[in-house]
Design a protein. Structure first.
Length: 289
């Protein structure tokens, strides 16, 4: 009762068994207006057929250590803002989930006063409602050198920690991206998918890389504000470090980092810059004048 009065009690979702962040958690953790700032990239625009593959979760619920279900998915700001820059730069994108079920987005994470984000989401919502199936892509041997996909984007949201890290097809996809010298772009909790193993169970292809991500210490503090309805059962940075991937930040500052063709951002605050530096990297790769 005291937590409810203080606004730090997790909120029961209206239609479902899970919990969304408390009013206090949403106040501090959900922006009403994103950090998106449009740019025309000095008049440059890509006009070829290379595109972005966006790996989203099809899982809504993350069971906490106390048994409560966190109603999650992919964070709307973290998903849309980088893509807005990529689309403005001339790139198209496809959404993919593990089996082709609809991508799950955290409705409570919508920046409700950001007209640009809302309009972009509405325009592209069908891609998230009817995504490709990663299982089918792998089974159909679609991950080849001649593929039009030049980059894989792992948007954030705690939903990225559910299903994707345990999916062998995600492991296959990640290894193809690294071995074929394509770009991997990840933000906040999106890197959780990077621990996925393939059937070969070989070392992580990003072993020895450095990146930024959402620090574990803030996830461990989140239940005290009611952002999470309980403690997580595992923590992404700890898991990434076990894979030999070095997470170099312990704060949330909007930091981005580039290590070879791994481009990462630490939080929603990083998404505007993340989108811009990704476009710049792709322009350089594709010699866009």
């Amino acid at each position: 009762m005291i937590k409810k009065v203080l606004g730090i009690a997790p909120t029961k979702e209206k239609n479902g068994p899970g919990y969304i962040p408390s009013p206090m958690g949403r106040k501090f953790g959900v922006d009403k207006v994103s950090g998106y700032k449009a740019t025309d990239f000095e008049g440059r625009k890509y006009k070829g057929n290379k595109k972005i593959l966006v790996l989203c979760t099809e899982e809504r619920y993350f069971e906490m250590a106390n048994g409560k279900l966190f109603s999650t998915g992919n964070n709307v700001q973290e998903t849309m803002v980088p893509l807005m820059h990529l689309v403005n730069g001339g790139f198209s994108f496809d959404v993919v989930t593990s089996t082709g079920k609809p991508a799950i987005l955290e409705e409570w994470s919508v920046p409700i006063k950001d007209k640009a984000v809302l309009a972009f989401r509405e325009e592209h919502q069908t891609k998230f409602d009817t995504p490709l199936s990663l299982k089918a892509l792998v089974a159909g041997n679609a991950l080849k050198g001649e593929s039009d996909y030049i980059a894989l984007f792992l948007p954030g949201g705690h939903g990225s920690m559910v299903g994707l890290p345990d999916d062998e097809n995600v492991g296959t996809l990640l290894r193809w991206i690294e071995v074929s010298d394509r770009y991997l772009v990840a933000v906040c909790h999106g890197p959780a998918a990077m621990i996925a193993r393939d059937q070969s169970n070989t070392p992580n292809p990003y072993r020895g890389y450095k990146m930024v991500a959402f620090p574990d210490k803030f996830d461990k503090q989140s239940p005290s504000l009611g952002y999470l309805p309980g403690q997580l059962t595992w923590f992404q940075c700890e898991a990434l470090e076990k894979e030999g991937i070095e997470v170099i930040n312990d704060k949330i500052t909007g930091a981005t980092h580039v290590d070879r063709k791994l481009i990462s951002g630490d939080s929603p605050k990083a998404c505007d810059e993340l989108g811009k530096i990704t476009v710049a990297a792709l322009f350089k790769e594709l010699q866009v004048q």
